[in-house]
Ligand binder design. Structure first.
Ligand SMILES: [Zn+2]
Length: 89
């Protein structure tokens, strides 16, 4: 973060095909910080992002499942300990 004065580079060229956007009247913005020369370029980037997000979500879900399985095993043991201390009280 920081870097004052460097924040306009992303508007210099199309995020996808790198065509210069200077003088281009129609700049298509996406996610507030990506600029595209055309709706086609933006749509292509959106599709790519969606595909990447789906992959990422799958990976996260798979990882979360493994983590939960591990956590549940730990929780069960903790639950036993807790139940025991409750009984002792
Ligand atoms: Zn483009």
């Amino acid at each position: 973060m920081g870097g004052a004065g460097h924040g306009v580079h992303f508007l210099d060229a199309c995020f996808l095909c790198r065509r210069p956007l200077a003088g281009n009247r129609d700049i298509f913005m996406y996610r507030g910080d990506m600029a595209f020369c055309s709706d086609e370029c933006r749509s292509a980037q959106m599709a790519a992002d969606e595909a990447a997000e789906r992959k990422a979500t799958k990976a996260v879900t798979h990882g979360a499942l493994l983590a939960r399985e591990a956590a549940e095993g730990t929780q069960q043991e903790r639950g036993k300990v807790r139940a025991g201390s409750v009984l002792a009280l």
